[in-house]
Design a protein around this ligand. Structure first.
Ligand code: IPE
Ligand code: IPE
Ligand code: MG
Ligand code: MG
Ligand code: MG
Length: 323
């Protein structure tokens, strides 16, 4: 059985790694040497504050999936005894956390841009005003840019496990780009106000949300098994089912959730005429479909031992979430 504090412990570790990244990378520039009469230090401090603001909060699902999928194969829960690691293990643990933090940077960037007036025009995110409401559109746009590159700075920031880091960069770039999240978002914008087929909706969801979620699981598994890609077919299927189910639940929550618990405005999809699963199937069928996908996801990993319990726990939690 997975430790009942698994999610909490790893959630804290991911947040600590993100805070560390902000502290480290914000101090590596020379902007504080500009002299007393310069405004640049203030401008740059404000920009880093905006980056930090946009990164904080959130459930850290993608980062947690990275760690859970690594654990399924490594059979090691690093979150419990980090003090006693020998050097290689410590470096491997850092690799895991870098991957988890990097994917959360990409996700945060996608949210900042998703909320902008030219996209979903949302004013509430993670219980707080969205980045463009708080800092203005131009800054929000640039925060998104900076978060995207921060992900790759984190992944390439250490030398140990270079080949694996190279593969992580490749997977993450692929999942967030034109054939992944960004492409899915392009479809989402283009089909607003239109009727689309279920098959196309599934395709759109698999790109805009599924790709990044699937990449979390792939990143976790290749860190443990860098050479052999074939034996993780079970995890690939698990990720596909879960990725789709995750966005279906997001669609359901948009229709049935509460602003206070959700931390974002509800009813936005209907307002923006975004085709989604609730609109296409109704709430009951969408719920049943999400449950079926969860069952299928769990079935795909039924041969994995108890080290995959964090994955199972996360899957259940994601599909039954209220925020
Ligand atoms: C929201 O993702 C956007 C989608 C892709 C559906 P999350 O529900 O994971 O958002 P946070 O990170 O917890 O805020
Ligand atoms: C967002 O989907 C997917 C992203 C790539 C960010 P939504 O637009 O439905 O996400 P929310 O509901 O605003 O979080
Ligand atoms: Mg959107
Ligand atoms: Mg949105
Ligand atoms: Mg939504």
């Amino acid at each position: 059985m997975a430790d009942s504090n698994w999610i909490e412990n790893n959630f804290e570790l991911i947040n600590a790694r993100l805070n560390f990244a902000i502290t480290t990378f914000s101090s590596t520039y020379g902007f504080f040497n500009q002299g007393a009469d310069s405004n640049i230090p203030k401008i740059m401090n404000n920009f880093w504050d905006a980056i930090e603001y946009s990164l904080m909060g959130g459930k850290r699902i993608r980062g947690l999936l990275v760690l859970a999928s690594a654990q399924a194969y490594s059979k090691k829960d690093f979150s419990t005894n980090t003090n006693v690691l020998e050097k290689t293990e410590q470096e491997f643990f850092e690799l895991l956390l870098d991957a988890a933090a990097a994917i959360e940077c990409i996700h945060a960037f996608s949210l900042v841009h998703d909320d902008m007036p030219c996209m979903d025009d949302d004013d509430l995110r993670r219980g707080n005003p969205t980045s463009h409401i708080k800092f203005g559109e131009a800054t929000a746009l640039l925060v998104g840019d900076a978060l995207q590159t921060l992900a790759f700075q984190i992944l390439t920031g250490r030398e140990a496990f270079q080949l694996i880091r190279f593969r992580l960069v490749k997977i993450l770039a692929q999942a967030s780009g034109a054939n992944g999240m960004a492409g899915g978002q392009a479809i989402d914008i283009a089909v607003a106000g239109e009727k689309i087929k279920l098959q196309d909706l599934e395709f759109m969801h698999s790109m805009k949300t599924g790709a990044l979620l699937e990449s979390a699981i792939e990143m976790g598994s290749i860190m443990v098994d860098n050479k052999n890609n074939t034996n993780n077919l079970e995890l690939k299927n698990f990720a596909k089912f879960l990725g789709l189910a995750f966005q279906i639940v997001d669609d359901i929550l948009d229709a049935t959730g509460e602003e206070k618990t959700l931390g974002k405005k509800v009813g936005r999809d209907l307002h923006l005429q975004k085709p989604n699963f609730v609109q296409l199937m109704g709430i009951n069928k969408a719920r049943k479909y999400a449950d079926y996908l969860l069952e299928s996801a769990l079935k795909s990993i039924k041969k994995l031992d108890a080290s995959a319990d964090p994955l199972r726990m996360l899957a259940e939690k994601l599909i039954h979430r209220v925020n």
